[in-house]
Ligand binder design. Structure first.
Ligand code: PDD
Length: 282
């Protein structure tokens, strides 16, 4: 049985108890991070801690663990659960007041801090060899996709719709422009050999993997929105995320990308990212 971290305590997963009035439960008033583990070490740790701090600041939650505390929590969980490869999920909610109320609780309501591990093979992933099929769906999320909140209902609905339509995942679009995947940043390589990726603004999550991958790209990079049509005609396409690293996309809305197999630049980039992640993990 897994050992999880809840509010400073390391406990078996079935002993974790959270109030029914916790604002994470009632309002999705919570932010989270997913950090990958390779060789028992934390990948892109500093980026994830910094983004968590930014998300917390944007929604005004304070009094949460600092960088050193998160490092201790993660290392403790990795050790106690013998995680060689997988993920650590962190969540911070605005805490549990005595009753349901739209108004924030007083400052002396402590945030709820949760972390747990998920052991999983990330490098040797069969989907990375096969490549993903995606379908596009309207991006109907709220206007602050740059804050990593636990309001994941729409993303989850769209992923399930994509699967019902015979695909693996959904890419979201606003007015015909791709924003991002259900839980990944989306990128294409055009037939002219240019890597195109959505610019960092409020429409997408500022991916930590995206930030680590872009310096490894051999191609010219254009940070600009790309259309559904441009994506369908791309030479290569891929997504990036902490749990998937760099994952090839081989079909968009039924259109084969390139020859319908993972593109060579994408395969190289996946390997370059994994090598870099192993080298820099702490
Ligand atoms: N998802 N865009 C969205 C909407 C995401 O949910 C994620 C991450 C990303 C990629 O960000 P990063 O490279 O920092 O993981 C982009 C995580 C993995 C999840 O929800 O499980």
């Amino acid at each position: 049985m897994r050992i999880i971290h809840l509010n400073g305590n390391y406990i078996p997963e079935n002993e974790g108890k959270i109030s029914v009035f916790d604002r994470g439960f009632l309002f999705a008033d919570a932010v989270y991070e997913v950090v990958s583990v390779l060789d028992g070490k934390l990948v892109d740790f500093n980026g994830h801690v910094q983004r968590l701090a930014r998300s917390l600041k944007e929604i005004g939650i304070s009094g949460t663990p600092g960088t050193e505390n998160w490092l201790t929590i993660c290392r403790e969980l990795v050790a106690r659960n013998n995680v060689e490869e997988g993920m650590i999920y962190w969540q911070v909610t605005r805490g549990a007041p005595a009753d349901r109320d739209f108004v924030f609780p007083s400052r002396n309501t402590p945030p709820t801090v949760l972390a747990f591990t998920q052991s999983r093979e990330l490098v040797d992933n069969p989907l990375a060899r096969r490549g993903l099929h995606v379908v596009t769906v309207p991006d109907l999320r709220w206007g602050r996709a740059d804050i990593k909140t636990t309001q994941l209902l729409y993303a989850s609905l769209m992923k399930n719709e994509a699967i019902a339509r015979g695909a693996d995942d959904a890419w979201m679009e606003r007015d015909g422009w791709i924003t991002e995947g259900s839980a990944q940043n989306a990128h294409i390589i055009t037939r002219e050999g240019v890597l195109v990726t959505h610019p960092l603004n409020r429409d997408i999550l500022h991916g930590i993997t995206r930030a680590a991958v872009l310096p490894l790209v051999a191609q010219r990079i254009e940070e600009r929105p790309f259309s559904v049509g441009e994506a369908e005609q791309a030479a290569e396409a891929f997504v990036s995320s902490a749990s998937g690293f760099v994952m090839p996309v081989v079909n968009i809305n039924g259109c084969a990308i390139g020859d319908g197999k993972p593109g060579s630049a994408t395969i190289q980039l996946r390997q370059a990212y994994i090598d870099c992640a192993r080298r820099t993990a702490i």
